[in-house]
Design a protein around this ligand. Structure first.
Ligand code: GTP
Ligand code: MG
Length: 449
């Protein structure tokens, strides 16, 4: 996400950081470059203008030029301004109401409404401990309701039973009664999309909104469409009123223009980001962290949160216990590796680490990739249960058999075993530092750092 912008801003600001002193002209020149970088990232013109004006006002002031590290000061000012443009702070989904909290999910065709509905449901269920019901009122696209039903079973979230030939308003009312009667905390309504904003759609959504009085009206917008997403959001905001935005396909959006403009233009906060097709690939929108990512300051908080969420607590404790006793075996390594891929692969983990923008390619060169994780899992699955429990059994001929079985080479099997032994040693050492130390270092160990 934001790769291009991040790289450009990095180059511009690096130049500034290298200088001992900065003149007003230096700052002006950098601002001109930042302006171009933002426009190239497809940020809306009024937003760019305002951004530059704000940064200039603060940067040209004496604090910067007189400061000992003027370059750093400019970086800080740009960072703070980015945070402001992105919306200052996270605005969580509003659940403060007499249950069920009704949330309507709206947007154009194919923007990711149905996927996002299921993602939010899962998010609220697993992270906020809510009892969630989903219902689709999309009676237009064939199998639209069945699609939500399938996602519901994957997400382990209830969906409203489908009744043929029911109208959107009737479905919404039935969903509400069920949610009320059966004590659901949240009712999510997935709505139909259209190719363009048309009167009919807006009327239907307005009628629905009036009938169910949702606490959240969430617009799903495709980040990859850049300025279009911003215009669509403004339109929906004017016509039906929104309480929050969900940007999807942020994983494919190298520019970030929509994310950077949409709050300023619509006045509506981005609440969640869709970062992939999987149901776990959703995250809360934290302006501070995103700004940190854009400026390649890393997103350590996001990383920790992601890890905690993905790593099953009990499993982590069990691992800590085993590590302490030196019982960490290849089965445990396999489950760690599976967690890495669950977190969205190495790529998404790495992009959250500080300074990684620049060294990402080197890391990929060093072979820490999703393919590697897959290969390593294949190697472990080619071992017998006994071997996984006791790696010392793995002599030359067994290693050859495993290499053949997993479609790898003996050298690759050896490398994995070496890594496993290093991890075992490290874990033993860490367990002496107590559970906290283990959890903190465990991740870094996983990343081979
Ligand atoms: N890469 C990526 N793909 C996504 C994301 N969100 C949704 N998709 C994909 O986008 C496609 C369309 O998603 P849907 O959820 O069906 O979109 P929709 O808005 O409900 O579509 P209609 O109901 O036809 O209007 C699917 O293939 C999803 O897997 C995301 O955050 N990242
Ligand atoms: Mg849909």
């Amino acid at each position: 996400m934001f790769n291009n912008l991040s790289q450009k801003l990095g180059e511009i600001l690096d130049k500034l950081k290298k200088r001992g002193a900065l003149s007003e002209a230096d700052v002006e020149a950098a601002l001109r470059e930042i302006r171009i970088a933002l426009l190239e990232a497809d940020v809306a013109l009024p937003v760019v203008k305002d951004f530059i004006a704000q940064v200039k006002e603060r940067a040209v002031g004496q604090e910067v030029i007189k400061s000992i590290t003027p370059g750093q000061m400019v970086v800080k000012i740009v960072h703070d301004q980015l945070v402001e443009v992105l919306g200052s702070e996270n605005v969580a989904l509003n659940l403060v109401t007499n249950p069920p909290a009704i949330m309507m999910v709206v947007g154009l065709q194919g923007s990711g409404k149905t996927t996002s509905t299921a993602k939010i449901a899962r998010f609220l269920k697993t992270r906020k401990n809510k009892k969630v019901l989903m219902a689709s009122v999309d009676v237009y696209r064939p199998a639209a309701r069945e699609q939500l039903e399938i996602l519901g079973s994957q997400a382990e979230v209830d969906t409203l039973e489908i009744i043929k030939d029911e109208k959107p308003l009737e479905i919404a009312k039935r969903a509400y009664s069920k949610a009320k009667l059966e004590g659901y905390d949240v009712l999510l309504l997935d709505t139909a999309g259209r190719l363009h904003i048309d009167e009919e759609l807006m009327e239907e959504l307005t009628a629905l909104k009036k009938a169910v009085n949702p606490i959240e009206t969430l617009l799903v917008a495709d980040a990859m469409t850049g300025q279009d997403a911003v215009n669509i959001a403004r339109n929906f905001q004017e016509k039906i009123g929104l309480s929050g935005l969900i940007l999807t396909r942020v994983d494919g959006d190298g520019r970030g223009g929509a994310a950077l403009s949409i709050k300023a233009i619509t006045g509506c906060p981005i609440k969640l980001l869709g970062i992939g097709e999987h149901l776990e690939q959703i995250e809360e929108f934290h302006p501070e962290r995103i700004a940190g990512r854009i400026l390649d300051m890393g997103d350590v908080l996001g990383l920790v949160e992601k890890a905690v969420e993905t790593i099953n607590r009990e499993e982590a404790e069990e691992l800590a216990r085993k590590a302490g006793k030196g019982e960490f075996d290849l089965n445990d390594l396999a489950s760690q590796l599976r967690q890495v891929s669950k977190m969205g692969g190495m790529g998404s983990l790495l992009s959250m680490l500080p300074g990684v923008g620049k060294i990402k390619e080197q890391i990929q060169g060093a072979g820490i990739s999703d393919q590697l994780v897959k290969k390593q899992l294949a190697i472990i699955s080619s071992m017998t249960l006994k071997e996984r429990k006791n790696y010392k059994l793995l002599n030359g001929s067994r290693r050859r058999r495993i290499a053949v079985g997993s479609g790898t080479t003996v050298a690759e099997v050896n490398r994995l075993l070496k890594q496993f032994q290093d991890m075992r040693d490290m874990m033993k050492r860490m367990s002496k530092m107590g559970e906290k130390g283990f959890k903190r270092q465990g991740l870094r160990g996983l990343l081979g750092r």
